[in-house]
Design a binder for this molecule. Sequence first.
Ligand code: PLP
Length: 385
Amino acid sequence: MIYMDHSATSPVDPEVFKAMKPYMMESYGNASTLYSLGREARRALESSREKVASLIGSNTDEVIFTSGGTESDNIAIKGTAYKLRAKGNHIITSNIEHPAVDETCRYLEKNGFEVTYLPAGKDGIVSVSDLENAITDQTILITVMHANNEIGTIQPIAEIGEIARENKIYFHTDAVQSVGKIPVDVKTLNVDMLSISAHKLYGPKGIGALYIKKGVRLEPIIHGGGHEKGIRPGTENVAGIVGLGKACEIAQHNLEETGRYVTSLRDKIIKGVLSEIDESYLNGHPTKRLPNNINFRFTGIEGESLVLHLDSKGIASSTGSACSSKKLEPSHVLMALELEEVQAHGSLRLTLGKENKPEEIDYVVESIKDAVGTLRKLSPLWCQT
Ligand code: PLP
């Protein structure tokens, strides 16, 4: 199996698993208890908090643990909306957000809030001047993702953050796809809140974190025993938290090297495919994208069939995000790039990881070429073009 779907999820790093195991089997105490087993768990938890904070350049007490990216996004967005409702009811986001943000904004729209969805345009990057023009005296929150999960484009977060700050508007970014892949520093990025998910950076599923800048006040959306400053109550998932911490530590240590490595593999695949396959295109900005992201489109075929063909050749790929791949509608992200529906259906996402090998590249390019050729022979869409 050649796994090239790291934006859907990544395997757990063996070192991460090794770090987690004792907190399931031996040091299994509840981190809120007073005896030594509990204190041991608490120490591990706080040490992980330091590791997460170190990777994103925040203070340790500005990080809370959550169950993952979806929950972090919900806490940030609904928490701001409910807290600041008396001040204003307007939220600005983009039209290429992950459903964890998009659906949360749509839910708030049904509950009295107004939402502006900034167009990402042909290259998949929002315009800072569009954002500036969208601000009203009712705007309480801007939420724009750092890197897109389908096309990998990287948004001008630092500039958006500066505008948010000048206008005294809270700024949240969903950094689930960028943390661990490119440098993420909450101060440089000028963000008030930032979402993280462990399973995108070789940590376990079901654990994540939310950076909340000191002084930012949120209304809790979950109520319970007061854990994580009362913002995310519930007995802490200590083993998961230890896994997230270890994954952050490893990512921080290897960030540049891994980034350079996957970029070189990515660029070889892009060059190979675009030069060898007629009417193949790269979706999204060619350079302002994650080092591991490729999103092609091929005229005349459907992405789903291509994914199945590649699967039969032992290559795991995707058409878009894992969450939208069960739907038959074209991805909202590709439609946001102003593609025709039929073009958006012909997409293929390959997202690379550190365990991919240079010797896999030729096989992947050849397999895509073969699969596209076979599918085009069968495709009425290709005959018409
Ligand atoms: N945000 C982005 C950009 C994502 O890619 C994902 C997962 O695919 C999420 C949020 C949701 O994260 P989680 O799976 O941890 O809930």
